[in-house]
Design a protein around this ligand. Structure first.
Ligand SMILES: Nc1ncnc2c1ncn2[C@@H]1O[C@H](COP(=O)(O)OP(=O)(O)OP(=O)(O)O)[C@@H](O)[C@H]1O
Ligand SMILES: [Mg+2]
Length: 192
């Protein structure tokens, strides 16, 4: 390609961007279809949040979003596959970054409750309408023009394979709140 050919440069940039997009479509489809192989170990919430924050840095920066953290230092470790869990958190942070207006707020929070650990991802976007809070976990449910609708479906598969639960709700004051409930390390199941 001649260096000065602006038209060709534009075409190449378009092709590269579309290859990236298709690659992420294929990755999502494979993640959804492939049987899950968990390698759970006791892992600290701080490690999970640090990894997810690093993975989502680009998405959050593109929206000028601030990532707040609110986790007590005395939290028990969770029994989780750290690779799968940080991918789930990345998906939730990506959704939050999509949803917030420029300069919006996104928060990662965690608390211990009844022998389980709750991880919470909140944002200052428009929130998820109450009537859609179950449907958003259905495969291929999306309201985004170029969304695939597999992010939350995969998140639910992964969390349930850990013996946990995931729920969509509302942040006090508006915005979305996604809550993951996971067994604390040492527990074999999360109390219902
Ligand atoms: N933080 C959020 N705020 C508002 N709506 C949300 C949020 N997270 C998810 N949703 C809604 O849930 C739908 C499904 O989310 P999901 O992550 O499964 O798919 P997606 O983001 O549309 O596509 P992708 O497969 O690329 O992740 C979204 O299209 C959106 O309507
Ligand atoms: Mg998504």
């Amino acid at each position: 390609m001649p260096a000065a050919d602006a038209e060709a440069a534009r075409a190449c940039a378009f092709i590269t961007a579309e290859i990236d997009r298709l690659s992420s479509v294929v990755t999502s489809l494979l993640e959804f279809a492939r049987p899950l192989h968990l390698e759970p170990r006791p892992v600290s919430v701080r490690e999970l949040f640090d990894r997810a924050a690093l993975l989502a840095e680009g998405e959050l920066a593109a929206k000028g979003a601030r990532l707040g953290r609110d986790e007590s230092p005395a939290l028990p470790a969770v029994k989780a596959d750290p690779d799968l869990l940080s991918q789930v958190l990345l998906g939730l942070l990506a959704n939050a970054a999509e949803a917030v207006p420029f300069g919006g707020d996104v928060t990662l929070a965690a608390r211990a409750r009844d022998g389980a650990v709750e991880l919470v991802v909140e944002d200052s976007g428009p929130g998820i309408p109450a009537e859609l809070r179950d449907r958003v976990f259905e495969p291929f449910f999306t309201t985004r023009p170029r969304g695939i609708g597999l992010g939350l479906a995969v998140a639910r598969q992964v969390i349930e394979a850990h013996g946990g639960r995931i729920e969509a709700g509302e942040r006090p004051g508006g915005g979305a709140r996604l809550t993951l409930r996971l067994p604390a390390a040492g527990d074999s199941a999360v109390a219902a």
